[in-house]
Write a new protein. Structure first.
Length: 282
């Protein structure tokens, strides 16, 4: 929750960059943040923070806990194969997505629309004054189905994020760094803070890159009032902006996910060591 609070402004910046059209391809992260600050002040960077924390507490706890339990069961007889770990991560990601979906969908749809409103033409703006009025207007205009916008891409992103970041990729980088010495500097990692930091940062880089296309499409679906499928959004965006549109907002996304992932795994490893020491003394 601490990491989510610190990195929340980057999440808002990422959303704004992802909803920019082809006319604004050159807008940098700093330029978008300057515009946001000039228009609404510092408080605008923390829109939807409470919903973000609620989603993190449900989504993160479920996906980490379920993955570790599945990995523990698979490791009873012998070390599990990579394929089994990837399958466990995908299942854990889907479970986490389901657990965090009510808060996540509510928070993300309104957050996307409220933060990207000023980028639209006046006649296309939603004009939500706050999250409560936004929710009422959303239900009145689109019904309960409106809360399901981007559900498929949201689940796909949760599965990809679990497979490429939080779980097996972290385990993969951690095991690889322990087995091999770093070239040029001839350094051998040990199971300590530096290893946990490096492995989690590498996993975050992979995850940000792999999940970026799905994340951009999800954001654009949720920001639109029209009913557009992911395929239509993909084709239209490719035609108007080229393939690089899929990586809009990569920098703030990485700056958000990197510290979040590092803090999560550093604390996670410390908690595992603490629990092991307690269990050993019993």
């Amino acid at each position: 929750t601490v990491a989510a609070s610190i990195t929340h402004p980057l999440d808002l910046t990422k959303i704004r960059m992802q909803t920019l059209g082809p006319a604004a391809q050159s807008s940098s992260m700093l330029a978008v943040m300057r515009v946001s600050l000039a228009e609404s002040g510092l408080r605008s960077f923390y829109t939807g923070l409470s919903a973000s924390l609620l989603r993190q507490m449900s989504y993160t706890l479920v996906r980490l806990g379920s993955y570790e339990e599945m990995k523990r069961r698979m490791s009873l007889r012998s070390p599990p194969a990579t394929g089994k770990l990837l399958l466990a991560a995908a299942i854990a990601g889907a479970l986490g997505g389901i657990a965090g979906n009510p808060a996540g969908m509510f928070r993300y749809i309104l957050l996307v629309r409220m933060t990207s409103d000023s980028l639209k033409r006046p006649e296309q703006r939603y004009g939500y004054r706050n999250a409560l009025t936004g929710l009422v207007n959303l239900l009145n205009e689109e019904g309960v189905k409106g809360l399901c916008r981007g559900l498929g891409t949201n689940t796909a992103r949760a599965v990809l994020m679990n497979v490429y970041v939080a779980l097996p990729r972290y385990d993969f980088f951690k095991a690889t760094l322990l087995k091999r010495r770093l070239p040029l500097v001839d350094y051998q990692f040990r199971d300590n803070f530096l290893l946990h930091f490096t492995a989690s940062l590498a996993a975050a880089t992979c995850g940000t890159t792999v999940c970026s296309p799905v994340d951009v499409i999800r954001t654009r679906i949720m920001s639109s009032s029209a009913r557009a499928s992911p395929v239509r959004v993909l084709i239209r965006s490719l035609r108007d902006e080229g393939p690089m549109f899929m990586f809009k907002g990569w920098t703030p996304a990485f700056m958000r996910l990197g510290p979040n992932t590092v803090l999560m795994f550093v604390f996670y490893e410390q908690l595992k060591n603490w629990w092991s020491s307690i269990s050993h003394h019993r």
